[in-house]
Write a protein that binds this ligand. Structure first.
Ligand SMILES: [Ca+2]
Length: 313
């Protein structure tokens, strides 16, 4: 899974998500075994405790989709009111699996896919039944150069690699395909492209209709010997310093963001976030911060408690 490793390993991803597709529809709550090799952090794997056993009787596994033709490099999913499932693949494909297990492509976004970028999370609007809105988090193609960004250089050298991710709202048409022309970009998350890692990108709603989005620290952790990536060398690509993102109160990366989408396609900021609107050098969308790659998240509707999986040592 790209959230764990420096380089995507598609086969492992879809194998894992195959299991998740079944668990979600069968029982609601998800528990997925952790542990995959993390090449940048030797010993990390061994340090993890064995996961607690899941009482088998609490879960029902229903296979909905199988194999790369039906899942692609699977990333995330949302269950619709009629128990159909919409799911994303990193190459930009949104797939629709009906409750009987028939899968089809619902559309494809044109995405930038260097390292872990591409299409990430998907969520259905709380009023999906009436408005047919889906929210997607993805890297639009833009005019970013191909290949890797330079590791060292100056600001001018790094400038072409500035990009962003979109949190966008789309309408799912009556035939269960995505209306690409319906896109409303709700929120842009500026980032740096061409270097690994950590996009985050899970989306969920609480019972008040607030949207929660996780964002990764957009920082390469593989050249700091297992310590925090806080490289301050001035000729260094900024993507080796998480102080600019995860540790920055004025940046949307390495965070849980919490906003209230509006009917027009924008958003307002609900009260109770980390920084009151108007506070100098902060972003009011920030609900929690200091994360590395908060790759999976679920908001408990009854309590508002956010359950979060932040990958990393
Ligand atoms: Ca990056």
């Amino acid at each position: 899974m790209s959230g764990l490793s420096g380089r995507p390993r598609p086969r492992q991803k879809w194998l894992r998500w195959l299991a998740v597709l079944g668990l979600v529809v069968g029982g609601g709550a998800i528990s997925v075994p952790t542990a995959a090799a993390h090449p940048g952090h030797p010993g990390h794997e061994e340090a993890q405790a064995a996961p607690a056993a899941i009482p088998a009787g609490d879960y029902q596994q229903v296979q909905l989709a199988l194999g790369s033709a039906e899942l692609g490099e699977a990333m995330s999913l949302a269950v619709l009111p009629d128990r159909a499932v919409v799911h994303t693949a990193r190459d930009g494909t949104v797939r629709y699996t009906d409750a009987a297990g028939n899968t089809k492509s619902a559309g494809k976004l044109d995405v930038y896919t260097h390292d872990e970028e591409g299409l990430q999370g998907i969520a259905a609007d709380p009023n999906f039944q009436s408005n047919r809105y889906l929210y997607l988090y993805y890297s639009p193609k833009l005019s970013t150069p191909g290949g890797d960004a330079p590791v060292t250089g100056n600001a001018a050298a790094f400038e072409p690699w500035k990009g962003h991710l979109n949190l966008s709202r789309f309408t799912l048409k009556a035939d269960n395909t995505l209306d690409l022309a319906s896109e409303k970009v709700v929120l842009e998350v500026p980032n740096d492209r061409g270097q690994c890692c950590h996009v985050g990108g899970d989306i969920d709603f609480d019972a008040q209709g607030n949207l929660y989005l996780t964002t990764g620290d957009d920082t390469n952790p593989f050249e700091s010997s297992g310590y925090s990536p806080i490289d301050e060398r001035t000729d260094r690509n900024p993507q080796f310093d998480a102080q600019r993102s995860s540790g920055n109160t004025n940046d949307l990366r390495g965070k849980v963001l919490r906003i209230k989408p509006t009917a027009a396609g924008g958003y307002t900021v609900p009260s109770g976030n980390l920084f009151a609107p108007g506070t100098a050098r902060t972003r009011p969308e920030i609900y929690a911060m200091g994360f590395r790659n908060p790759f999976r998240m679920s908001v408990d509707k009854a309590t508002g408690i956010v359950y979060l999986g932040d990958y990393g040592p």
